[in-house]
Design a protein around this ligand. Structure first.
Ligand SMILES: [Zn+2]
Length: 499
């Protein structure tokens, strides 16, 4: 029987001023942010950051998936080299990461990561390695304003060491929210009593504590319209242990109108009930919502930048802003990411704001503003600017290196998240795609055909025999790479995101 429940109120503390050492590093990643959506209208705060630094117009990710893209970014190695080819893969403990490298250099390291794909079911098996603090708001997905609040709480606990902060914003990753709708459509019930009414188009997370007697209990989600249940958990509040919930109606990630589950308590207990639901917009509606979410992410980033200013560390900080991958809205017959290596999934924003008072750094970085930049080049550039030792194993080249030139991009996507393995090499003029399963290639002339609609491999492929050979070798390397064993059971967190 239901005794008492109350919704959880999350904190919203304002950061206080902290003393820091020289050159803090702030890396801000807005997940799933297409390059062409970073405009003054949609992202004025990000554009303001660009005015203080350098915006690179041809920056690219190495993978259209969250964990492989971030691992490549933080290790300056390719997915097919480091073994993190899909989400849910453990990050090898011996892989050099910028977090571990900066911790060894005396940096205090903190991260707020707002998407489950950056988390592991076991500590220190994912990108939490090297971070003194690696935290989140909700376990599987939290929105920009909450993420900024949590960053503020983390910053309150900092000492005066130099700081590396990784701020990760899940918006505008799907599910895309509708900010206009206000009518609740769904009731979350415990033992038949309404605990909360939720608006499914807001993609709400809800968490509540309930004091319950011993015995059997039912938790249900009931709606007049269709909705998708991403997750529904019951935990013992005291121990945090998961209480098994048996679904008697409905299942995760299906479109439905009712979900019911039962659980049993051997003794009276306080439990945490946690749910995450969303509605199912049309493609056109999804695109509109995505744009709105981009603006929400911009506001959250703007709040973070203002907090850094009020703490007195904005000017002296090296700030990197980017995204892990883009998003498709019907291009190449696809919606979402993971599936292909076309530019709508690989072309990302990249802004670097150097620390103030370091001479001509901004001018020197600006000389690469139009060059093709790879995510693997970011950490070498950061360490160069911070005047720190070179991290072992990096395949990228600092943007400050006068010899670097335009280096080709290598990108990859892999099964099972993609329907087939693919690798590509891309420079400013061409992209060569390789499909190892069939041994076939596609070639796109990016100057004549920037939307990558005409495969010209038959006519021009012979001009790219060196790239063909490299892609075959890279595919073999990716096939042979040591992969750590997958967790025995696929993480609930990953599944709630639909991977
Ligand atoms: Zn992502």
């Amino acid at each position: 029987m239901l005794t008492a429940c109350e919704g959880r109120q999350l904190g919203g503390n304002v950061p206080v001023s902290v003393a820091t050492g020289p050159a803090p590093l702030i890396v801000i990643v807005v997940d799933t942010l297409r390059y062409d959506h970073v405009t003054p209208e949609r992202m004025p705060n990000v554009m303001k950051l660009a005015e203080d630094g350098v915006s690179f117009s041809r920056a690219f990710s190495h993978a259209p998936m969250t964990l492989p893209a971030h691992t490549a970014l933080f290790s300056s190695t390719y997915p097919g080299q480091n073994g993190v080819k899909v989400n849910g893969t453990p990050v090898p403990g011996d892989l050099p990461l910028v977090s571990k490298w900066l911790a060894n250099q005396g940096y205090q390291t903190a991260a707020v990561a707002s998407l489950a794909t950056l988390w592991s079911s076991q500590p220190q098996q994912s990108l939490d390695q090297g971070f003194d603090t690696f935290t989140h708001v909700f376990r599987d997905y939290s929105h920009g304003p909450k993420t900024t609040e949590r960053i503020g709480e983390v910053m309150e606990g900092l000492t005066d060491q130099p700081l590396f902060l990784f701020a990760h914003f899940a918006d505008p990753h799907e599910p895309y929210r509708d900010f206009e709708s206000t009518e609740p459509q769904l009731q979350l019930k415990v033992n038949g009593l309404v605990l909360e009414e939720l608006t499914t188009s807001h993609s709400p997370h809800f968490q509540a504590k309930c004091e319950l007697q011993e015995g059997d209990h039912e938790v249900s989600l009931i709606s007049d319209g269709d909705f998708v249940m991403r997750s529904l958990y019951v935990h013992d509040s005291a121990s945090g242990a998961r209480i098994p919930l048996v679904l008697t109606e409905g299942k995760r990630l299906s479109t439905l109108q009712a979900v019911r589950g039962t659980f049993h308590l051997d003794k009276p207990a306080t439990v945490d009930i946690e749910s995450w639901v969303n509605d199912h917009p049309s493609q056109a509606e999804a695109k509109l919502r995505y744009r709105a979410e981009v603006t929400v992410a911009d506001k959250a980033v703007g709040k973070l930048l203002r907090d850094l200013q009020s703490m007195g560390i904005y000017d002296q900080s090296l700030i990197v802003f980017t995204s892990d991958h883009g998003e498709a809205f019907g291009e190449h017959a696809w919606n979402g990411h993971s599936e292909s290596l076309f530019d709508e999934l690989l072309h990302v924003p990249l802004i670097v704001k150097p620390p103030a008072g370091q001479g001509d750094l901004r001018i020197r970085l600006g000389q690469s503003a139009q060059a093709l930049i790879r995510h693997v080049d970011v950490v070498p550039t950061v360490l160069d600017i911070l005047e720190l030792p070179v991290m072992p194993g990096m395949v990228g080249v600092s943007l400050l290196d006068p010899q670097r030139g335009d280096l080709p991009l290598l990108a990859e996507t892999h099964q099972p998240e993609a329907s087939q393995d693919q690798l590509c090499l891309r420079n400013r003029a061409h992209k060569l795609l390789y499909f190892p399963e069939t041994g076939s290639f596609q070639l796109f002339d990016l100057r004549a055909d920037p939307l990558e609609t005409q495969d010209v491999f038959t006519a021009k492929g012979h001009q790219f025999s060196v790239w063909q050979e490299e892609l075959r070798e890279r595919a073999e390397q990716a096939h042979q790479v040591r992969e750590l064993p997958q967790p025995r059971q696929k993480s609930d967190l990953i599944e709630s995101l639909g991977y």
